[in-house]
Design a binder for this molecule. Structure first.
Ligand SMILES: CSC[C@@H](O)[C@@H](O)C(=O)COP(=O)(O)O
Ligand SMILES: [Zn+2]
Length: 229
């Protein structure tokens, strides 16, 4: 085999960890990933995903702070099962405590390859603006940044209870989206009350933009309420 043929045979796998470190550092500077809060993941072609290790300072992540999870091998999505699904070399590091939420998002939306979760003060404030399980969003131009291309859109974001047992939140998310296909098409984001937002996208860059756009909308909602609008 020639050197060129050898080179052609080598498939270099995409490694999203540096991009995730940069995104986390940016979100940390915004005050959205303080005190180890939040978690980010990117799915690879084989269905496995890289996710931030649990309890890591998100403002100073390095490549060793990520865990690769193989959910297809153990598809149930419970915490115990997820621990089993981790490649042996990463066993010392625990995956995010909220891995089951990322896993359920990848399961419901197979085309999605990035899932980002952050904690902001505004997200917590707006999560208390309504009592139900859907938060109405203002008809701002910025909604286009979440893929909503309509005149005066009547949009809501799903709102979930922040159960102590995280797989229970993941189960609620699964039943919410599975109960109605239409609910899957509103905005690529969900909010957990008094906790934070989770977005999903078909690229890490788009997930990054979705976090920024959603947080802008939350800031606007808080400011509008204060201004009596
Ligand atoms: C600052 S504690 C926040 C955690 O409980 C959790 O909600 C979170 O987002 C980060 O958990 P982690 O396990 O580090 O991914
Ligand atoms: Zn969280």
């Amino acid at each position: 085999m020639t050197q060129q043929q050898l080179l052609n045979n080598i498939t270099i796998e995409f490694d999203p960890r540096s991009q995730l470190c940069e995104a986390a550092s940016h979100f940390y500077k915004q005050g959205w990933m303080l005190g180890t809060a939040g978690n980010l993941s990117v799915k690879l072609k084989d269905g496995s995903f890289w996710i931030t290790g649990s309890g890591k300072s998100k403002g100073e992540l390095c490549l060793d702070d990520f865990v690769r999870v193989y959910p297809d091998v153990y598809p149930e999505g419970t915490e115990a099962v997820i621990n089993e699904a981790i490649a042996p070399q990463f066993k010392a590091l625990k995956p995010s405590a909220e891995t089951s939420i990322h896993q359920v998002i990848y399961e419901i939306f197979p085309e999605v390859c990035a899932c980002y979760h952050v904690h902001s003060i505004e997200a917590n404030l707006v999560s208390n603006f309504v009592e139900g399980d859907e938060l109405p969003l203002p008809a701002l131009e910025m909604l286009k940044g979440l893929g909503v291309w309509e005149e005066n859109p009547n949009c809501t974001m799903p709102l979930f209870t922040n159960h102590f047992h995280v797989p229970k939140i993941a189960a609620d998310i699964r039943s919410y989206f599975q109960s109605n296909q239409k609910k899957q098409t509103q905005v690529p984001a969900l909010l957990i009350r008094n906790h934070g937002i989770t977005v999903w996208a078909n690229s890490p860059k788009t997930a990054f933009h979705y976090i920024e756009v959603a947080e802008y909308i939350f800031r606007y909602m808080v400011a509008a309420k204060k201004a009596g609008i």
